[in-house]
Design a protein around this ligand. Structure first.
Ligand SMILES: Cc1cc2nc3c(=O)[nH]c(=O)nc-3n(C[C@H](O)[C@H](O)[C@H](O)COP(=O)(O)O)c2cc1C
Length: 363
């Protein structure tokens, strides 16, 4: 699909629809096209160039650029999404128990800022259902690998079930970890969504240490191998707290950190104040997040041992943005919001751009 087609559809169709409905429509179209065999054709164009292969977490990523958590919460569309050129797909956030999330409307576009505000609240059908889909996906990935086709790394992001009180959080995460670690290439403990009351308190070191230790042990035992474990943090942490998480990750020999989730700040927006106010509560994402996301990246990189993986996410739009994050010390880079504004060829354009930038800088 040429770029202008998506831009036209976005301007004249999607912006007139509820953003969550538009999301479901696009994903349904993608899955339908994949079932009809479009994936094979698409992949011929979009499969990342071998020069982009990146070693991290003991795995080979076909590209350093992947899809952030939240887009495919239940692992419904891993392969159709991978066929667009993403090097990895992080599914989730998955919770131990199925839950409906917050009432709609819960996703709002701020078009002038090419941003989103979401208060989805971890809507998903629970760890058991996600596991069954991931098992089927893993079988398909094995077949595709044998045929020499493009396959993604699949990360699984877990969070706390809303109705479980904070005191029960460890057991709740443990249920998800034991259910999902066997089907995860890497596991992420999400303690940074602003849409589950109290969740971000789990970023306090005294709460985070026992949580990460228990999840790490459980994941490895359930999978019968070491499952790389990362923690995803908020851009709203004070600098001293970012440092404290980095020190904890070093002390615990964790595999990495994902920085950052969405922000509750509304600073730096160009959209009219009344539009922002009308959007309501939730996490803000998109280019407005970029500066803080880069600050956190630089802080983490300067504090962490070199072998610790840092996945940078927040406000990435172009290949230049991805390249800058890698220069600043990110091991891998993710994005979500710009996918909504840029359309299905976004990852492909980033991969092409990265290859061009590498060729130029190699000269
Ligand atoms: C609609 C929406 C839903 C999201 N859901 C999740 C989620 O379930 N778990 C999570 O860790 N991050 C979630 N995120 C955050 C993204 O993974 C990412 O960290 C953030 O949006 C910043 O990146 P971006 O500016 O490229 O979108 C969500 C973001 C959006 C826009």
């Amino acid at each position: 699909m040429p770029v202008p087609v998506y831009q036209l559809a976005f301007r004249h169709l999607f912006t007139r629809m509820d953003p969550e409905r538009a999301h479901h429509l696009v994903v349904a179209g993608l899955r339908w096209a994949h079932r009809c065999g479009a994936g094979v054709l698409l992949e011929k164009i979009t499969a990342p160039d071998p020069a982009l292969r990146t070693e991290a977490l003991g795995l080979t990523f076909p590209s350093p650029f992947g899809l952030a958590a939240g887009f495919d919460k239940g692992a419904f569309s891993v392969l159709p999404l991978a066929a667009l050129g993403f090097g990895h797909i992080e599914i989730g956030t998955v919770t131990a128990q199925a839950q409906p999330g917050n009432p709609a409307p819960r996703l709002v576009r701020l078009v002038k800022d090419r941003a989103l505000i979401n208060r989805m609240g971890f809507n998903n059908d629970g760890a058991g259902a996600a596991r069954r889909r991931l098992e089927r996906t893993a079988e398909r990935i094995t077949r595709l690998k044998r045929a020499g086709r493009h396959t993604p790394v699949v990360g699984v992001n877990i969070g706390k079930t809303k109705i479980v009180p904070l005191e029960g959080a460890v057991d709740d995460y443990l249920h998800s970890a034991s259910t999902l670690a066997p089907v995860a290439d890497y596991l992420v403990v999400n303690v940074s969504s602003p849409n589950t009351p109290g969740l971000r308190q789990l970023q306090d070191i005294e709460a985070l240490r026992p949580l990460l230790r228990a999840v790490g042990d459980e994941a490895d035992a359930a999978a019968g191998r070491h499952v790389p474990l990362l923690v995803k943090i908020s851009p709203d942490l004070a600098d001293a707290d970012v440092d404290a998480v980095a020190d904890l990750v070093t002390e615990m020999r964790l595999d990495g950190i994902i920085a950052t989730n969405t922000t509750i700040s509304r600073q730096g927006l160009r959209s009219p104040e009344d539009e922002v106010a009308a959007a309501g509560a939730g996490g803000l994402s998109g280019p407005v997040l970029s500066e803080r996301s880069k600050e956190v990246l630089v802080r983490l990189r300067s504090r962490l041992p070199e072998h610790v993986t840092v996945i940078s996410v927040g406000g990435v739009v172009s290949a230049e943005d991805v390249s800058e994050r890698l220069r600043l010390g990110a091991t891998l880079v993710q994005g979500y919001t710009a996918f909504v504004y840029e359309g299905p060829l976004w990852a492909h354009r980033i991969n092409k751009g990265l290859k061009r930038i590498r060729r130029l800088t190699a000269v």
